[in-house]
Design a binder for this molecule. Structure first.
Ligand SMILES: [Zn+2]
Length: 495
């Protein structure tokens, strides 16, 4: 638009605004809701709500410190590069528990380790190779890139060789003639919807496809398959397999389960359309006895209502292929940063801010379930719970799960976050897998940009370099500002 036109438009809008502001409602028809003036006035100045101007100033300090303080990034580097993958039940998961507990003690927080029993599944050898297919050069095999799904049982040590059947959905599988997959390897070729992810709905795309990872083995086993493959649940095309949990319901045989890459799923679909395809699958994971592990709980005690609690959290366990940087080392360190900043800036809210590093989110959430049981009687004292578990890309605001009134309640806080582009308040069904177990407790999470998260999620590429320090700082800012706001508010969040 030319400058002259823009000036005219701005002037016209100015006149419009003045006219609107000067209007009085007609006396004969009393308005039923807020007047236009009220609405505009509220937009211009949302007020301070449950906080004083001093408290809003403290939020601004926390926000700005989170953007520049290197603590979160340094901690993440240690968790990922030094400790490494932290799958439930592993020595690295225990090392991470000890490390995070010591770091929280060093800040002066009151630290407890809460016992929880977790699965101990260990990945073994995992290979796939076509042994017969249309157009095969005699004497050759062709590699299929795959990874075992979490909790998968093993094939025989020298593998399983069987024909591959490809379907696109559960419905298609159920419509196959009786016995069509008996003793065969069934591939569920359900693509992750990259368009949804590109529009910022990564979690919806994940939700649609992850059904096949979770329930694929039971559907395949019910049809008599000898093993099951699923197309990887994720967005990138670098021939990366994505692992993740699968489940074996009681009463059905447990069959070996693996995820193939997008590219290998396409290859199998193409070749099986041309004729019979036979594949050798070797998976040698083991399920070892369950082990005792821990949630790390660190309290920054409240000054007036220490018994009232606001949780800041992420999950400390990760998958084993990468080093768990985006899932969910990032959630751990932005939560650690909250305690660090309260300590550094000498901020002591009325209520207790409780850091929790949840154990075993990936393989069933044993840690969160233990916490929910152990603290069931105390949940009414939990004023709110934050969890970050969707990576560490730019947050455009806060997602809340609970009463719709939470949106209005948080509006003054959102104003503080506007400077980092994080003022959008969105109502959601859940704000985190772990805090979802805390029934009745309002939940909050930074609304992270999910366009790229599922490119790396549960792959060998979930590593430290995927973290943008600026975005990590923005997530820490959202966590610190919202946690402080909830913990120091004059009135608790609606529930
Ligand atoms: Zn996670």
């Amino acid at each position: 638009m030319p400058v002259s036109q823009r000036i005219l438009l701005v002037a016209a809008l100015g006149v419009f605004a003045q006219t609107v502001l000067a209007q009085t409602p007609p006396a004969q028809a009393p308005p039923s809701g807020p007047t236009v003036q009220d609405r505009i006035a509220r937009m211009m100045s949302p007020g301070t709500g449950a906080w004083t101007t001093d408290q809003l100033a403290t939020m601004t300090l926390l926000r700005d410190a989170a953007l520049t303080d290197p603590y979160a990034l340094t901690e993440l580097r240690h968790l990922t590069d030094n400790i490494g993958p932290r799958i439930s039940g592993s020595p690295q998961a225990q090392a991470a528990v000890d490390y995070v507990a010591a770091e929280m003690r060093a800040l002066g927080a009151d630290v407890q380790l809460e016992k929880t029993t977790v699965p101990h599944w260990v990945r073994g050898e995992e290979t796939g190779a076509l042994t017969a297919w249309p157009g095969q050069t005699p004497g050759t095999t062709q590699k299929i890139v795959l990874t075992a799904l979490g909790s998968s049982v093993a094939t025989a040590p020298d593998g399983l060789t069987a024909e591959v059947v490809v379907v696109n959905s559960f419905d298609e599988a159920k419509k196959l003639p009786a016995g069509a997959v008996k003793g065969k390897i069934l591939l569920f070729n359900k693509p992750f919807d990259k368009r949804l992810a590109a529009q910022g709905n990564g979690l919806s795309a994940y939700g649609q496809a992850v059904l096949y990872r979770g329930a694929g083995p039971s559907v395949a086993a019910s049809l008599g398959a000898a093993a099951v493959l699923v197309r990887s649940v994720g967005g990138a095309d670098y021939r990366l397999p994505h692992t993740g949990m699968t489940y074996y319901p009681a009463g059905l045989p447990k069959i070996p389960a693996a995820a193939v890459t997008d590219e290998d799923a396409d290859l199998l679909a193409n070749l099986t359309h041309q004729g019979p395809v036979t594949m050798r699958l070797v998976l040698t994971p083991q399920t070892l006895p369950a082990v005792q592990s821990y949630n790390v709980i660190a309290d920054w005690k409240g000054t007036e209502h220490p018994e009232q609690i606001v949780i800041v959290s992420g999950h400390l366990d990760s998958w084993d292929l990468g080093t768990g940087a985006i899932d969910d080392g990032a959630g751990i360190v932005v939560s650690m940063q909250v305690i660090h900043l309260l300590q550094k800036l000498g901020v002591h809210p009325k209520r207790t801010v409780r850091f929790i590093a949840w154990m075993d989110e990936e393989q069933g959430g044993e840690g969160a379930q233990t916490y929910a049981q152990e603290h069931a009687a105390d949940l009414p004292n939990h004023i709110g719970a934050l969890e970050s578990d969707l990576g560490a890309d730019h947050p455009d605001g806060v997602t809340y799960a609970g009463k719709p009134e939470l949106g209005d309640y948080l509006r003054p806080v959102a104003q503080v976050l506007d400077a980092i582009g994080a003022s959008t308040l969105t109502g959601g069904e859940e704000a985190g897998e772990d805090i979802g177990f805390l029934k009745g407790v309002p939940g909050f999470t930074p609304t992270q940009d999910s366009r790229f998260y599922f490119n790396y999620h549960h792959t060998a590429a979930d590593t430290f370099d995927k973290i943008d320090p600026q975005h990590l700082g923005e997530n820490a800012a959202v966590m610190a500002v919202v946690a402080y706001a909830l913990a120091d508010a004059s009135t608790p969040a609606p529930r």
